[in-house]
Every structure is written in C-alpha cells, then in structure tokens.
Design a protein around this ligand. Structure first.
Ligand SMILES: C[S@@+](CC[C@H](N)C(=O)[O-])C[C@H]1O[C@@H](n2cnc3c(N)ncnc32)[C@H](O)[C@@H]1O
Length: 267
C-alpha cells in the first residue's frame, strides 16, 4: 500500500494529464490497454467512466479487480488483439514500449473505438539519449577508463538484445507514434514531447552498492553484473576508482524524453 501511494505520487500527474487529454466524461466506456495495477483505469473510474481493464497479465487484472470489483470489466488481451470491445476512449501508458508490432496495436485501438472515439497515449521515448548512454552511461568523467566503460556498456547491450524486445523499447520515437496513429486513421492528432537533460544522480542514488545493483530496464543486467561480465578484477578496481566518487557525489547527466499523443477516430 505504501509502495502504491509512492508510485501514485510520482505518476499521478501523468495519469491526470492522460485522462484530461482523453476528455473522459461520466458514462464513457474507457478501455485501458496494458492496465498494469490500474493507475489510469482507477483514475478513470473516479471520473465516472465505465472502465474495461485490459492486460496480458492475469495477475494485473486480479490486482485491479481486488480494488475495483464489480464496478468494472476485465479482459485478458494483448494490445495487438483486443477482442470484442466497443469503447469511447482508449488509453495506454508505457505499454507500446513492450509491443513489437505497434502498427497492429494502433489498428486495434482504431477498430475498438466507436466513431468519434478518442485515444490518449503516453510513452517513454527511450531512443532519446541512447548515444550518450552507449558512450558514457551518463558519467561526466571517464578519465582513462573510456575503453573499460565501452566494454561494460557492450555487455549491457548484448544481454538486452539476447533477452529480445530491445527493438520494441528503443526502436521508435515520437514521430513514429504520430505516423502510426495517422496511418491507422486517427485525426486531430496532437503530440507533446517533453525532453529533459538533467544533472542527476545516476541510477537515482548516491549509494555505490545501490547503483551497482540497479539496471535501466527489466531486460538489462545490473551494472554490477555487466561490470563483472566485462572486466577483470584489476579492471573493476580501476573503473570503480573513477566512477564511485561521481555516484557518491550525485554527479551524472541523464536524458529523458516522453510523449503524450491524443487523437480521434473520425465520427
Ligand atoms: C510499465 S507497465 C504500465 C502499466 C500501466 N499502464 C500504468 O500506467 O501503470 C506495462 C504493462 O503493459 C503490459 N503489457 C506488456 N505487453 C503487453 C501487450 N502486448 N499487450 C497488452 N499489455 C501488455 C504489462 O503486463 C504491464 O502491465
């Protein structure tokens, strides 16, 4: 419950913006694709929508049902095959990054919407900052350990590629989202990109061990695993001497981008 509250505090503004973009009205049938533990759908319920929670994970649907009970509907379905639903609004947050066939997902969003229905989408744009992450992992100073860092990052990349799904996560940007929505038939499209270049503690921590045990996404190894996979004990010592003080001082640069997209199916 504590974790849920903390998450809501962080993501509540994104959820509210998404529901505003979708112009959710009391009585709308809202399909939340990839509902997770209900961030968006539960917010829509509070606004009086009739919510259809949809996800490929039964556990997620069960978690939503535990909160919303008989007030809502629950569908075990992929974004690329949404089944038999007729919705006024489709929302989705941080789900397309897991979907390989995004074109199919957009055509499903279009299909299940009634004429005049709205979409509102939020996705992280992980391609932004990719070059920086590949070359320095966001460290500002690599004095003499550039080659060791390149080897660590190469291991992180390889593990992610072997796990599959890397292309779904980084192989698109905001322009692709706009194009896919337009090609699916949506009109009145609006895209907002928020891109930030921040001086932030890497891995959001100043504790070296917490940093070592963090990973950028569920497909990636931890920094510790990557370092141990790429370097000898002596090389780990050298790289630690350069990186650790920067983590402990909270020095680093991070590039984040995220996009909101809204549109309408012609009426
Ligand atoms: C990062 S979570 C986001 C959850 C929720 N939308 C939110 O805003 O908190 C990603 C969700 O997408 C779901 N997911 C992954 N691939 C999917 C797919 N192909 N179709 C539908 N849902 C999918 C996962 O099960 C997970 O619940």
């Amino acid at each position: 419950m504590e974790q849920r509250r903390a998450l809501l505090e962080m993501l509540g503004p994104v959820r509210d913006e998404l529901l505003e973009l979708a112009a959710v009205q009391r009585g709308d049938v809202l399909l939340d694709v990839g509902c997770g533990d209900g961030l968006v759908g539960l917010g829509a319920l509070e606004r009086g929508a009739h919510v259809v929670f949809s996800d490929i994970s039964q556990t997620c649907l069960d978690d939503c049902r535990a909160i919303a009970g008989g007030e809502a509907e629950y569908r075990l379905a992929s974004a690329t095959d949404l089944g038999d639903v007729a919705a006024d609004v489709v929302t989705t947050r941080s789900v397309l990054i897991y979907v390989d066939d995004k074109e199919r997902a957009f055509s499903e969003f279009f299909r299940v919407l009634r004429p005049g229905g709205r979409i509102a989408i939020f996705e992280p744009i992980n391609r932004f900052g990719l070059e920086e992450r590949k070359s320095s992992w966001g460290f500002r100073e690599l004095a003499g350990v550039e080659e060791l860092m390149r080897r660590i990052v190469a291991v992180i990349d390889r593990v992610q590629e072997d796990a599959g799904g890397l292309d779904a996560m980084i192989g698109f940007d905001e322009r692709d989202l706009l194009r896919l929505a337009e090609e699916a038939g949506f009109v009145e499209l609006r895209l907002t990109l928020i891109a930030e270049v921040l001086r932030t503690p890497l891995g959001r921590t100043t504790d070296w061990n917490v940093f070592l045990d963090s990973s950028p996404n569920p497909l990636a190894p931890t920094f510790r695993e990557a370092m141990e996979g790429a370097l000898t004990a002596e090389e780990i010592e050298r790289v630690t001497a350069v990186l650790r003080p920067q983590v402990e001082r909270g020095e680093g640069s991070t590039r984040f981008a995220r996009a909101f997209l809204s549109g309408r199916k012609p009426g």
